[in-house]
Design a protein around this ligand. Structure first.
Ligand SMILES: [Fe+2]
Length: 400
């Protein structure tokens, strides 16, 4: 085996290097496209320890991308969103985050995503791709004037997951084949904070779930460790008519969601109720992982008897069903962790391959491209048989 090297991922000057220390590694000395099982066992551990791995200058076929992602997900062949999605242009509504996404015919678990028109690509004669834009998803939008001046937004904070029927993928692989160059942009949060974050064109923004938990005050840590989120049935269908907040954490509450009885048929046993904190399989750390736009209810356990009730939130537990209340709590829990200083915005180069710990980070598409800025990426994640693991007895003792 060659000597595998792990280097720190360079963090931009905007980051709080103390808070994000240990996030991400650039890996050298391994041919990731042809990784051996011995190398994989090292890579797997380091990925869960650092949540993000970057490989530069990679040449990788869709088959090879599928193989490496599959190594993290033995026991499944299903894409994170299942087999039926992305058949041709399933998602015809441009408001859908999946608009225009295509499957690679020979390896349907690998998706073609990006921007612009792509021809004769891996068995696809023509695909018209569209980089998701906040303009089709947020309640408010940045003016054309400000957009021309380089302002943009996070599109949608999420982890890759169907959140109905299929368990959230452990790891996502993202391979940059064509990366348009252009002037940098500035993310505006537009949530009253005045926060801004300079980013490279078309960055993917990452927030580390462990840090998001870490920065919370004691009272909110206690809520997070005691809480589960119940997601809507077919959440992406449910949320489609609704509009997101400007910081992209969750939806505005305007009663626009598709009523449950108007959704495609669904059954209660496929609805997902997941802990707010997901346990890292290697470090044992707790990662705040909430899909804010898909959340319908929050179930909070009561404080254990031996805990101080004074100043505790929801000491007797609660079952929040009011969407406004659910979303207010989600913003309280998640907003601190997406502060500009806690974000890693990856500055993509062509032939970058990244693996991210999908159960340990939250991420968002960022920015806007013009139609002639062609961006070509392959993405793969798989839905494993095992759901994420929540806090254990010791965690509750420590944090509740
Ligand atoms: Fe994603």
């Amino acid at each position: 085996m060659s000597l595998v090297e792990f280097l720190p991922v360079p963090l931009p000057s905007t980051t709080n290097t103390q808070r994000l220390s240990g996030f991400g590694k650039e890996v050298r000395g391994v041919d990731i496209a042809n990784i051996t099982l011995e190398e994989f066992s090292i890579i797997e551990k380091v990925l869960y320890e650092h949540d993000f791995l970057l490989f530069r200058g990679v040449t990788m076929s869709p088959e090879q991308l599928y193989r490496i992602v599959k190594l993290f997900h033995p026991g499944t062949e299903s894409h994170g969103h299942g087999k039926e999605k992305f058949e041709g242009k399933v998602e015809d509504d441009e408001k859908s985050p999946f608009f225009g996404i295509r499957k690679i015919p020979a390896v349907p678990q690998v998706l073609l995503i990006g921007n612009g028109t792509v021809r004769e690509h891996e068995g696809i004669s023509e695909a018209v791709l569209r980089h998701p834009s906040h303009k089709t998803f947020h309640r408010t939008r940045i003016s054309d004037e400000d957009e021309a001046a380089g302002y943009t937004r996070f599109y949608h904070w999420h982890m890759d997951a169907a959140l109905y029927d299929f368990n959230p993928p452990k790891v996502t692989g993202l391979y940059a084949i064509k990366v348009p160059q252009g002037p940098s942009q500035t993310v505006r949060y537009d949530d009253g904070s005045g926060d801004e974050l300079p980013v490279s064109l078309g960055t993917t923004a990452f927030a580390r779930g462990a840090t998001m938990f870490d920065v919370l005050p004691k009272e909110l840590k206690s809520v997070a460790v005691r809480s589960k989120v119940k997601y809507a049935p077919h959440p992406f269908h449910w949320m489609q008519p609704a509009r997101a907040m400007s910081n992209a954490l969750t939806l505005e509450t305007e009663g626009l969601e598709t009523p449950y009885d108007k959704l495609p048929s669904w059954t209660e046993d496929k609805v997902q109720t997941l802990p707010m904190l997901w346990k890292n399989p290697i470090t044992g750390g707790l990662h705040l992982e909430i899909a804010g736009t898909a959340a319908a209810e929050i179930i909070i356990d009561a404080l254990p008897d031996d805990k101080v009730r004074e100043s505790a939130m929801y000491p007797d537990g609660a079952h929040l069903k009011d969407l406004r209340e659910v979303r207010e709590l989600i913003v309280q829990l998640m907003r601190p962790g997406i502060a500009p200083s806690l974000i890693y915005p990856h500055a993509w180069k062509e032939r970058d391959f990244i693996l991210f710990h999908n159960r340990g980070v939250n991420h968002s598409v960022v920015g806007s491209f013009k139609e002639d800025q062609v961006r070509v990426y392959h993405q793969c994640n798989l839905a494993p048989p095992e759901p994420p693991i929540g806090p254990d007895v010791e965690d509750i003792k420590k944090w509740a």
